[in-house]
Design a protein around this ligand. Sequence first.
Ligand code: PEP
Length: 250
Amino acid sequence: MAHKLAAGNWKMNGTRADLGQIMALAAAHPDPAVDISLCLPATLISEAAQHVADHPITIGAQDCHSAGSGAHTGDIAAQQLLDAGARDVILGHSERRTDHGEDDALIRAKLVAACDAGLRPILCVGESLAERDAGRTLERIGAQIDGALEGSDGPPSALVIAYEPIWAIGTGRTPSLDQIGEVHDFMREQLKARYGDTAAAAVPLLYGGSVKPGNAAEIFGVPNVDGALVGGASLKESDFTPIITALSAS
Ligand code: PEP
C-alpha cells in the first residue's frame, strides 16, 4: 500500500511573515498518520526547514533544474534544494508546462536529477478542458507518465504522481468522483504494466485541483487516491488541517 500524503503547493505566495502558518501546522500535527509536505517558494525553504526540523513535516520545492550546476541564471539545482533543507520537489506542474514551455523530455531530465540528488519527486500530470471534452484524457495522462518515466526499469526512488486536471486548478471546479477514479485506476494500471504490481502499489497517487475542507473526505474515499496536492487551501493552517484530518480518517 502507498503511504498517504498531503502535499501543499504555495506557488508564488508567501513571505517570511507567513512562516507562522507552518509552525501552526507543525503544532496541529505533532505525529500525523499521513505524510505532510509543504512545497514552498525557494526563498522560504531554508528557514521553513529549520522550523519543522523536529516535526514530521517535510519541506519541498516547486521545480528544479535538470543540471547539477552551471551557467543557468535564476535556476536552482536539485542538490542545492536538498542543501537548503528541501526533501520533496514538484515537477511538471501545469503552470510550469504553460508558463515555461516544459515538455515531457525536460520533466524526465528534471526527475532524474531530483532522484539523483535524493529528493522525492511529485510528478504532476493532467489534461486541459479541451482534451477532456475531446475524450482524450487518458491518452494525455498516459503520454505524460510515459514521457516522464521513459527508460526507467523501476519506479524512480520515492516517486509520487499527482493527477491535476488543468481546468480544476484554482477554479473551484472539481471532476466527478467517477472521473477522478477513472484516471487514478488508469494510472495505477499503467504503473503495474511498467513496474509490476508490488512496485506500482507503493507509488502514492495524489489528486489535485480545488481540494478544500468541504470536498476532501469524498475525494479521499475514491479508490487509488492516496492523498492530495493542495494549492490555495494549503496556505492557511486552518484550511489545510481539516484536509489532512480527512486523509488520515480515510
Ligand atoms: C495546484 O496548483 O497544485 C493546485 C492543486 O491548486 P488548487 O488547490 O488551488 O486548485
